[in-house]
Design a protein around this ligand. Structure first.
Ligand code: HEC
Length: 134
């Protein structure tokens, strides 16, 4: 009987310690939540991605400048060549062929592999950005 009591006490001590630890964690949780909330709010409240910036962070500027042909055609040249956003979206989804500089299509092909995997929202940001420079 005495032995059992000891075991129960030992259990109680361990359990108590575990509770203390988990309570410590529990105290932290709301703090983390509070910290996370403004971030989430910022993401939700943020306007649609900035087109120029997204075009840059997606690596497109490495080959596409606004006015001048570099490795790829100028953004303005692409915008002029495409009748509407739907047609440009179709190219970037890999659903239609190049119309601006078909001879160089092989250089752009790996990029289309990237753009066709983008979310519809992200692709729309790029398409709107290009077409806004007609
Ligand atoms: C390694 C250089 C390179 C990068 C990086 C690049 N492009 Fe291109 N791009 C080209 C070349 C070269 C062409 C010309 C061939 C062609 O017209 O498909 C081109 C053509 C295009 C065209 C015109 C397609 C047509 O109808 O002829 C669009 C639109 C385009 N790129 C969008 C993008 C976007 C959006 C990105 C970023 C995700 C990007 N490019 C990144 C090289 C590049």
């Amino acid at each position: 009987m005495k032995k059992v009591t000891k075991q129960v006490m030992a259990f109680t001590v361990i359990f108590g310690a575990a509770m203390l630890i988990s309570c410590g964690g529990g105290d932290k949780a709301p703090a983390e939540e509070t910290a996370a909330t403004p971030t989430e709010t910022t993401v939700e409240a943020a306007p649609a991605k900035d087109g120029a910036q997204f075009f840059q962070t997606s690596g497109c500027v490495a080959c596409h400048q606004m006015d001048a042909k570099t490795v790829g055609p100028a953004i303005k040249e692409i915008a002029k060549a495409y009748a509407d956003e739907a047609a440009l979206t179709s190219f970037l989804k890999g659903e239609s062929k190049a119309i601006v500089d078909p001879a160089q299509e092989a250089v752009m092909d790996p990029q289309v592999e990237i753009t066709k995997k983008m979310s519809a929202e992200d692709l729309q940001v790029i398409v709107s950005y290009i077409m806004s420079n007609k």
